[in-house]
Design a protein around this ligand. Sequence first.
Ligand code: SIN
Length: 273
Amino acid sequence: MKSTPLTECIGSEIEGVDLSNTSKEEILQIKQLLLDRGVLFFRQQSLSSQQQAHFVERFGSSVPQTWMPSVCPNVYIVESLPSESYNYRGGFMNWHQDSTFFEYYPHGSLLSAQKLPALGGDTLWSSTQRAFEALPDSIKRMLLHLEALHDLTASRIYRLDPFMKSTDIKSEIKHMLDNRPCIHPVVEKHPLTGKPCLFVNRVWTSKIVDIDFALSEALLQLCYDWISKPRFQVRWRWELGDVALYDNISTAHIAIHDYSDTRLLYRSDFRYD
Ligand code: SIN
């Protein structure tokens, strides 16, 4: 297996491995690289849905995402249709970590490219671990004591757009009621590396708790601006069959919505055992 770092702080391209048929040793090696680099890219894997779900199982337990459409257990559809380009999906066009509105949010995920626009549709990842490390000590000390509320409804509101049918709206409201807000530290300690990572995002975080709302907004803005600095980032230009495997604590990501055709990725999640 060959690993080529794509930037100094985040992301490596991995060659010489077939993800549909990996040995125990290869999985251990991939897991270590994932912890070291935050996100790993594999070209031309073209995994079937079953192979994708099976590969991800080797990193930990699955995290049922009842609110997402799926093709089989733990293979979720991440799709943007031309007609939807600039409506509710716009809610996800911000830096985020996935599903942090769950207490048991995914520790990591895999995305695979199923259908791509002729041009554009890249995804960027940013190292929330390196971003935290690079903050001045005084700010780090302050953030280490804070917790924030994460709330599905903070972003679901984007989905209640004027084009929605009433049956869809009813099912959206049910999702909102089924998923209560939860609280996470603003700086999450990674369960395997023990390293502190910034853990707030524009999509699901609604407020830092126990402080004034204006102060919470200012501190969240500071974190969001910091996470989105280009020096912490890597950008992936998808090709069909590609796989990206990412740690959902030590990285955040953003999909670039600069296209008007259909784009389809499949996502599978895991929590480290
Ligand atoms: C996401 O934004 O959660 C998925 C990433 C992508 O669509 O590129």
